[in-house]
Design a protein around this ligand. Structure first.
Ligand code: ATP
Ligand code: MG
Length: 564
């Protein structure tokens, strides 16, 4: 196993130059700006995590690891409307599964509400914050535009005493939702709209999943987030590009709140996947509209969906690495993610035989009722996986596409008169076939040559085609699910009315597939390569003991090539 993993990681760990975040961290350490590195992943518990979040999780945790620092998992639960405990649990599971270890550093932003409140009081006392009674619409109007400066609120120059009293009233539940806010007093003429007296606290009579009814004022993201980072002594607050314009406010908050050694925000480009639904909003809609089977539907790129489909943390890490860390926005492609899972699994899992679209093959000169156990290597490229015994008999199933009545040129599989190798078994020559009333091939007949047994050293003659098979009497009948993108790639993501263009073939369920008997005992989460058909994983939700359901992770064909 050891060898295998190195082979896979090596591909992803060829020496590459350092990315800009590594350079920034190294500079800070060299200049003594920080004497340690602490990073965090700060999800809002309002949905399940997806492949984009994986980038942030892997980036944050590897930076901590690489610079012998610490990594925190912190729930950004300052917004009680949308947050749910269900999401907290799923996020913890996903982050741990990806291999990011927060050890005992699991935090909730809501446990800092008291300190945030104290900092708000400090700002008021310093004349840096004021209570404003403008309505939400008025605040928007006064804010100005990119080309016009904002207008100062008539409440901007309230005295410190008045502000303290009003803020106290807000906190004590004496103000209605939306009637008043606390605003930072910065600069209404700033070219950066985020600096035009942003709201830092609002009144909201809502029950919070952590603090219950203790608070009826809640801090806004731009005020809360830097404080959360500062409290945890985060050094490098890594976030996505849309927060670049918020950085001056981030710096203002930690400075005016008088934190020593404040964190530094660094932005990087989000991970996008072409023609793949990633945004929480859209995934949520697919779930709520019943288009998918929950957040962990194997067609989704939610972490739980990828896990259920059969992706490994190693493959996702490799994908994030290949996608790169940069400030330039770019789009990755699904074939690259598929390449990563193939690379990860190809040496790790057994290669077995499964027939997805069966047709009977009868070997007329093979003794009736006889079962022969043949030796089959588990993975030709990795001897360490050993071999297994598979039953062979007179009646087999083969793939329907492996026989043609009238073959085109260069078709080397079965057709009348042609001889092929049955993988790990014998040569067989097709002698005829039968059709049902509808004209569909129902049985193919052949004869075998006992001299040609696999492994016997037979060199008498060669055949051009090898096909896979399972013995009909002993095979296990199972359900196999094949997937395609949930989006219709030809039409693109969105229709004109803003809805998603869905692919009607994103899920195909095959209920009459035959697999080697031992696969009947496969356990949920087990992964295999099915010869010629792809990589498969036993579904963790719909499988029953002795009744595995196989999800196709990915087919074997690839159009993706790793750039040199
Ligand atoms: P979504 O965009 O799917 O709604 P979000 O940004 O609202 O996600 P949060 O819980 O706020 O989700 O995100 C947690 C962290 O994950 C943030 O630091 C955010 O910047 C990061 N993140 C979210 N999406 C991506 C992405 N596509 N690529 C990289 N990082 C991301
Ligand atoms: Mg968000």
């Amino acid at each position: 196993m050891e060898e295998i993993t190195t082979a896979v990681t090596e591909a992803a760990e060829e020496p590459v130059s350092k990315h800009f975040i590594e350079l920034a961290i190294e500079k800070d350490l060299a200049e003594g700006v920080y004497d340690h590195v602490t990073t965090r992943f700060p999800p809002e518990p309002n949905g399940y995590l997806h492949i984009g979040h994986a980038k942030s999780i892997i980036l944050n945790s590897t930076m901590a690891e690489q610079y012998h620092g610490t990594f925190n998992l912190r729930f950004d639960d300052t917004n009680p409307t949308k947050e749910k405990i269900e999401f907290v649990e799923s996020i913890k599971e996903d982050v741990a599964w990806l291999g990011a270890d927060w050890e005992d550093r699991l935090y909730f932003a809501s446990s800092y509400f008291e300190e945030m409140y104290e900092k708000a009081l400090l700002l008021i006392r310093k004349g840096k914050a004021y209570v404003c009674d403008l309505t939400a619409d008025e605040i928007r109007e006064y804010r100005g535009t990119l080309t016009e400066p904002g207008k100062e609120s008539p409440y901007r120059n309230r005295s410190v005493e008045e502000n303290l009293a009003l803020f106290e009233a807000m906190k004590n539940g004496e103000c209605e939702d939306g009637s008043r806010v606390l605003r930072a007093k910065i600069d209404m003429a700033s070219p950066n709209i985020n600096m035009r007296d942003p709201i830092i606290y609002r009144v909201a009579h809502m029950t919070h999943h952590n603090t219950g009814d203790a608070w009826c004022i809640y801090p806004m993201y731009d005020f809360a987030h830097p404080i959360e980072d500062a409290i945890e002594h985060v050094t490098h607050s890594l976030c996505t590009l849309e927060f670049e314009d918020h950085r001056p406010l981030y710096d203002w908050v930690v400075r005016e709140c008088e934190y020593e050694n404040p964190p530094r925000q660094i932005e990087f480009a989000k991970l996008y996947l072409k023609n793949v639904v990633t945004g929480k909003r859209y995934i949520k809609r697919l779930v709520e509209d019943g288009i998918v089977d929950g957040w962990d539907d194997p067609r989704l790129v939610s972490i739980s969906g990828l896990r259920r489909r059969g992706y490994t943390p190693e493959a996702i890490r490799m994908f994030v690495k290949l996608s790169g860390i940069s400030k330039a926005q770019s789009t990755s492609e699904m074939p690259m993610l598929e390449y990563c899972i193939r690379e990860d699994l190809k040496m790790k899992v057994k290669r077995q035989m499964a027939i997805l679209d069966p047709v009977k093959l009868v070997i007329d000169n093979y003794p009736e009722g006889q079962i022969e156990w043949l030796d089959a290597p588990n993975n030709m490229e990795n001897e360490a996986l050993g071999s297994r015994q598979i039953p062979f008999g007179r009646e087999l199933y083969i793939e329907r596409e492996d026989f043609m009545e009238e073959p085109p040129k260069k078709y080397f599989r079965l057709f009348p008169g042609n001889e092929v190798r049955l993988m790990n078994a014998y040569f067989v020559r097709c002698t005829g076939f039968e059709k049902d009333e509808e004209g569909k091939i129902s049985v193919i007949h052949c004869t075998y040559d006992p001299e040609t047994k696999s492994g016997s050293g037979f060199t008498g003659r060669k055949v051009k085609g090898t096909i896979h098979w399972v013995a009909a009497d002993t095979a296990k009948k199972v359900t196999v699910r094949l997937y395609e993108n949930i989006i219709d790639e030809e039409k693109g993501m969105f229709a004109e009315d803003g809805t998603l263009n869905l692919n009607p073939n994103s899920l195909v369920t095959l209920t009459e597939c035959y697999v080697e008997p031992e696969l009947g005992e496969a356990q949920p989460g087990d992964r295999f390569q099915f010869v010629r058909n792809g990589f498969f994983c036993v579904d963790t939700k719909d499988s029953r003991p002795g009744e595995p359901v196989f999800n196709r992770i990915v087919s074997l064909k690839s159009s993706f090539r790793l750039p040199k």
